[in-house]
Write a protein that binds this ligand. Structure first.
Ligand code: NAD
Ligand code: TDX
Length: 341
């Protein structure tokens, strides 16, 4: 099996490539990644010399390039993935998430190969109570979520119109090693370690449903091997938490690991203006994937978040390079003024 993985230098797909190479010794992985600001080959240093791994730098919007690559199946992770960036400029989201996905669907149609499309719970929008299941209506609220919902609908249309063998997964918020430090959890850990302000949007009571990236990777693998063609699978680990609770838990743990007094880092919490269109709550019902593939999450949140905090504290050189460069420029533009007040 020669597996084309798109976006393999990003957070989730780099973890997934590592998972595939160890779980399936007969598989070859071709990683196609444009290396945007979020793509980082450092995420793959430990496996890049493997004979079962090939890296191609390229854009999923480049049809000619795609046509020249040999593979048997596609697992499509590549995306512009950060909601705040989509609020500042939606265009790259539409290009990559919609047009790029359409190119991959065309290739899957021509080659009659399986395509697993990695989507998100954000396509369902926000819910005050209850849980999203696979039949919940798509009600995206950010340009990012709208671009992902559009790509999901394109996948559906290729299944219906061209009879391609495709599946969609919609996962809740991931955390774990190699997550780009613009997302909440790595941002809080790295800012806490550097004694920088922690921007909490609005009242901090927005709820997300957190899953460890290793559980997401096993779920993707389960759907790829055991899922039914044409189906959608929600992935989640029944772990809802308000943002402020996670922020406080991280600050307590970092303080303890750095040998500081209890509460020493709490002053870093800085409430800032709310994100525009900020979804109040996501909550996933993962019963279908559990029932049909036997997958279950294995990482309890307390254990997963502690391991993640330890990973970031032990890999400061990995995130320092990011936060001192392009990302900080972006961060300053977006939050600098508000944090001064
Ligand atoms: P990420 O931003 O860390 O990585 C995205 C990767 O895609 C980067 O390596 C980037 O270089 C690459 N890329 C972007 N545009 C490209 C293009 N045009 N051509 C080729 N490569 C391109 O993202 P992530 O958090 O790892 O998310 C991966 C996927 O999982 C996305 O599709 C996202 O929507 C989905 N998802 C993420 C989460 C989450 O919590 N992070 C949750 C559910 C679903
Ligand atoms: O500085 C911050 N302060 C803050 O309060 C940041 C970056 C975020 N937040 C809040 C916004 C959200 O309620 O924390 C929550 C999590 O924010 P993000 O880490 O930006 O994630 P979210 O917007 O929920 O989207 C994530 O989960 C679904 C991923 O980025 C998406 O790619 C995925 O589809």
């Amino acid at each position: 099996m020669r597996l084309l993985i798109t976006g393999g230098a990003g957070f989730i797909a780099s973890n997934y490539i590592r998972h595939v190479l160890s779980a399936h010794p007969e598989y070859h992985v071709v990683n196609l990644d444009k290396l945007t600001y979020a793509g980082n080959l450092e995420n793959l240093r430990d496996i890049e010399a493997s004979e079962r791994y090939t890296f191609i730098r390229g854009d999923i919007c480049d049809r000619e390039l795609l046509e020249g690559i040999e593979f048997d199946a596609i697992i499509h992770f590549a995306a512009e993935s950060h909601v705040d960036r989509s609020i500042l400029d939606a265009r790259p989201f539409l290009e990559t998430n919609i047009m790029g996905t359409n190119n991959l669907l065309e290739i899957a149609r021509q080659r009659e190969c399986t395509l697993l499309h990695i989507s998100t719970d954000e396509v369902y929008g926000s819910t005050a109570e209850g849980f999203f299941n696979e039949d919940s209506p798509l009600m995206p609220n950010s340009p990012y979520a709208a671009s992902k919902a559009s790509s999901d609908l394109l996948v559906r249309s290729y299944i219906e119109t061209h009879n391609i063998r495709a599946m969609i997964t919609r996962c809740s918020n991931n955390y774990g090693p190699y997550q780009f430090p613009e997302k909440l959890i790595p941002l809080v850990i790295s800012n806490a370690a550097g004694r920088k302000p922690i921007p909490v949007y609005g009242d901090g009571m927005n709820v997300r449903d957190w899953i460890h990236v290793s559980d997401h990777c096993r779920a993707v693998d389960a759907v790829f091997h055991k899922g039914s063609a044409g189906e959608v699978y929600n992935i989640g680990s029944r772990n809802e938490m308000p943002n402020i609770e996670i922020v406080k838990l991280i600050l307590e743990t970092v303080a303890e690991r750095l040998g500081l007094e209890d509460g020493a880092l709490m002053d870093l919490i800085t409430y800032v203006d709310d994100r525009k269109g900020h979804d109040r709550r996501y909550a996933i019902d993962p019963a279908k994937i559990e029932r049909e593939t036997g997958w279950k999450p294995e990482t309890a949140f307390k254990e997963g978040i502690t391991g993640t905090i330890e990973w970031y504290l032990a890999h400061e050189e990995w995130w320092q390079r990011i936060v001192s460069g392009e990302y900080m420029n972006y961060y300053n533009v977006q939050y600098g003024e508000r944090l001064k007040n």
